[in-house]
Write a protein that binds this ligand. Structure first.
Ligand code: FAD
Length: 497
């Protein structure tokens, strides 16, 4: 409520926010999270919309769906919907659509659960200021445990019809000499086996993923946020969007808009906080910080704020297999395997073998490639609109495409197969206009000190994907979680007395 004073306010309830809340609460600090999305709860039916025919619950404040794989047989599969505070945001940032989760739990509500610890050598190259012994001995293990990361039973993987698509993806990759690897996940793999056996309600095996998941996935409300709630020290206020942070006495005054389920602003509130933790995600945090600096509210922020953004080299692509390389009419929505071509000096890439659960065998292999695309963009304030944009141009994804082609051109030529051109609109082969992995905008040890303290304004911290230089080589949430664990341990020890 307006006029309240709180010791710690966290903006956003994704990975960075959830870790911060738990560790502050465990240190005895009253902690308040402000989240602009809704609380989706933990009920096990009727909450989330279906994957194949999403309604308003699927998308954040749009009049039309924006499916990542937007076309089939060349025809758009998007349709009109009511504007609602739905779970998946397809935020148009000029040259790229940035997909993000909205609600208590942030990206954990919508993501594929792939839980990958990055290669140590590359992590050290990327964040040389971080003590990697400490990361790999303490904080990556802590994050994996906190998130509930587990592995698929490989014997089951080899035999179940639900992963035929992945075995076909592996076989065609290996025939071209590529290495494949199993990928850990936060989806409860024992639960999935029971789904296959028919003894529990289906979730991954009912295609649920990007619009929410009723069972099986250990999203943040079931892990970090659940634990945080049980301390009794954490309050979450939903449907409130932070719009302004300004110094006020020894702390900060935080302005927010309360919105209704159609996104209309119904109230404006101001509270005071001793410490403010930015955990609104790479885009959310960067937009806020760049606006606050440009508008003179946080004038001492470093010029590094808004810099170093990347799309984690994301490009999607699909191949048409021969009729003898079926991918199965039954497909689990949870990916568990990737093609690892990161050692290819001519174009490092790691490609997730993604499901395409359409209910019929379409002989399609779909991939989400994470490439070492070095291109970066900046967030910039536009003083005439008062909005923050991103400088990313569509053409900046060409290096990523070139890197992914080193895998898939080779497979196509070996197999005598072709790319599908009917899935991303306009006869496009590459899904290059979107990312699931926004990273950067407040890079660790540049915009902040080596533990996420923003330069120039003591008591302000960055805790989310904004800290990670735009290109991690693997899916990002384990790294975001582990860095948050590392930084909050240091902040609790030194700043919270
Ligand atoms: P987020 O999780 O994005 O959380 C930020 C939160 O802040 C959101 O809940 C948002 O609503 C809230 N917020 C934003 N602005 C404001 C504001 N002004 N006021 C109040 N609240 C605000 N990663 C993986 O590692 N493995 C995967 O398999 C994987 N699959 C993915 C699939 C999809 C479809 C998507 C979209 C992402 C996927 N990701 C995956 C990426 C992963 O989910 C993100 O990297 C991760 O969620 C980022 O964490 P974060 O803490 O930086 O922010």
């Amino acid at each position: 409520n307006t006029g309240d004073r709180v010791p710690a306010l966290i903006i956003g309830s994704g990975y960075g926010g959830a870790v911060t809340a738990l560790r502050l609460a465990q240190a005895g600090i009253d902690t308040h999270i402000v989240e602009m999305g809704r609380d989706w709860g933990t009920a096990t039916s009727g909450v989330f919309t279906s994957t194949t025919a999403p309604d308003k619950r699927g998308f954040w404040l749009r009049n039309r769906t924006a499916q990542p794989v937007s076309h089939f047989m060349g025809v758009s599969i998007d349709k009109d919907i009511e504007k609602y505070v739905g779970i998946l945001d397809a935020e148009n940032m000029g040259g790229i659509n940035v997909y993000q989760g909205r609600g208590v739990g942030g990206g954990s509500l919508v993501n594929g659960g792939m839980a990958v610890t990055p290669r140590r050598g590359y992590f050290e190259e990327l964040l040389p200021s971080v003590d990697s012994n400490e990361m790999y001995n303490v904080f990556f293990p802590r994050a994996n445990a906190g998130l509930g990361v587990n592995n698929i039973d490989t014997a089951w993987f080899e035999s179940t019809e639900w992963y035929k698509f992945a075995r076909t993806g592996r076989k065609t990759a290996e025939r071209s000499g590529f290495k494949t690897v199993f990928v850990p996940n936060v989806y409860d793999m024992n639960y999935m086996k029971q789904e296959a056996a028919g003894s529990v309600p289906k979730s991954a095996l009912a295609g649920e993923v990007i619009f929410g998941n009723h069972h099986g996935k250990k999203s943040l409300p079931k892990t970090y946020l659940g634990q945080a709630a049980s301390t009794g020290k954490v309050t979450i206020t939903t449907l409130h969007r932070v719009t302004k942070v300004v110094p006020s006495g020894a702390g900060y005054s935080v302005e927010m808009e309360q919105i209704d389920e159609q996104g209309n602003v119904v109230a404006t509130k101001t509270v005071t906080a001793d410490k403010v933790f930015f955990a609104a995600g790479s885009v959310g945090t960067s937009k806020l910080l760049v606006a606050m600096k440009a508008q003179g509210h946080l004038p001492n922020l470093s010029g590094e704020v808004g810099q170093g953004w990347g799309n984690n080299g994301n490009v999607m692509v699909a191949r048409a297999n021969h009729l003898w390389d079926a991918t199965g009419s039954k497909q689990s929505s949870i990916p568990t395997m990737g093609i690892d071509n990161w050692d290819d000096a001519g174009g490092p890439a790691f490609a997730e073998i993604a499901p395409f659960p359409a209910g019929a065998d379409l002989f399609i292999s779909l991939y989400l490639a994470i490439t070492k695309n070095p291109q970066r963009a900046q967030f910039q304030y536009n003083s005439s609109t008062g909005k923050v944009g991103l400088s990313w141009q569509a053409s900046q994804n060409q290096p990523g495409i070139n890197m992914a082609k080193r895998i898939f051109d080779k497979i196509n030529s070996k197999e005598g197969t072709i790319y599908r051109t009917d899935m991303f609109g306009g006869y496009k082969v590459w899904g290059d206009g979107l990312t699931y992995h926004p990273l950067g905008g407040a890079i660790l040890n540049k915009a902040t000190d080596n533990h996420g303290r923003l330069h120039g304004h003591p008591g302000l911290y960055v805790m989310d994907g904004s800290l990670v230089p735009g290109n991690l080589g693997v899916n990002p949430f384990v790294t975001i979680t582990a860095l948050a664990e590392r930084n909050i341990a240091n902040i609790v020890a030194n700043d919270m007395h």
